[in-house]
Design a protein around this ligand. Sequence first.
Ligand code: ISC
Length: 424
Amino acid sequence: MSVSATRGLRVESVPLTVTPELLNLLSVDSPLLWWRRGDGMVGIGVVETLSFSGKTRIKDAGATWREVAEAATVSDAVTVAGSGLMAFGTFAFRSTSEIPSVLIIPRFVVGQRAGVTWLTRIGFADESAEPLTTESAEQILAEHITASAQLGAAPVVHLSPASLSEAGFTSAVNKAIERIDAGEVEKVVLARELEGTLAGTQDLRVAITRLAESYPDCWTFSVDGLFGSSPETLITVHGRKVTARVLAGTARRGSDTATDLSNAAELASSHKDLDEHGFATRSVVNALTPYAEQLTVSDSPFTLKLPNLWHLATDIAGTLASGSNSLDLVFALHPTAAVAGTPTVAAVEVIDDLEPFDRGRYAGPVGWIGADGDGEWAIALRCAQLTGSTVTAYAGCGIVSDSVPANELVETEMKFRPIVDALS
Ligand SMILES: C=C(O[C@H]1C=CC=C(C(=O)O)[C@@H]1O)C(=O)O
């Protein structure tokens, strides 16, 4: 059993009268962040890191989290999504990954949502502490700001192909198309990785802030060295309200308005992209059906504009069946056809055969869970993992029968853009 469940946590959240810029509060060592459109949460310090691996990693995390939440005493004077007990989480894409999946329970959280700012303090129930007040919370915040290291140099990381060259990737795409044409799978998502080195003087916080500022409509995250800005919501659960946003199908942005709109229109009517998208949407709807009632799915995919590209998108909403929490849904959904393919098991086998590297947490779920099981989870895309001083960035593409290998390579370049720019 985790220390947090055995000893029991004492959790207090109070509103703040000040509204600090969350991105200025990132810790220099292993920053913890979940952020979109100015709202989000920054974690400061760590109470416990819960680690999971193997096939049951998401289920185990869900079970452990229930124990931690049941053993916690929570005093929440804020009651918005994310206040009270919470943990940041990131899960490996594959059960065989060398990289652990983790839930990180922070010592403090500073959060902002819909105009409310709060601070949460998490400690063990057997430690003595004065009750948290707005005044003492603002003192804690002021001390953190004073103690925070000055921003270091902006990172300049040269990222280049590691285990898979560009030619190796297009050849893998060709092989994937052969396996699709042989009837083994209908769609498979193939990725490649780029690697570089972060110098000791370079500050990851600068890169994370750039991502948040450049991609305000995406989920910008930083959890255990995994950082990025993902446009794809795997699942959000707020009370009984469940939402997901499926993305699959990509086009480049145009250099002028007319080309830009024509690229979007072409994407919206491309059979190849609509096929690719259909697999992804159906996989999410099928996985959610046992867990959610009254599922609504937008009639046809819409084009979602991001600073670096266009995507085909479908929004899904529903009502959570009782007894489930956000990690149950994450377990049911992962991996969707947007990051694995269709049918899932066969597609993952093709990925194992054709990708000569461990995806780690790329394409896995990243987000947070609260004491009541509510949470927000994205698919970790447009991201990189910092391990020691090594930065590994990832990007992939859905391959269907009429995919063109050279175009898929270009698509990965577009998808690397957020990370490449943040590290340049
Ligand atoms: C696998 C990735 O993107 C997925 C999400 C949106 C569009 C996709 C596509 O068009 O291929 C991918 O399914 C990635 O960014 O690495």
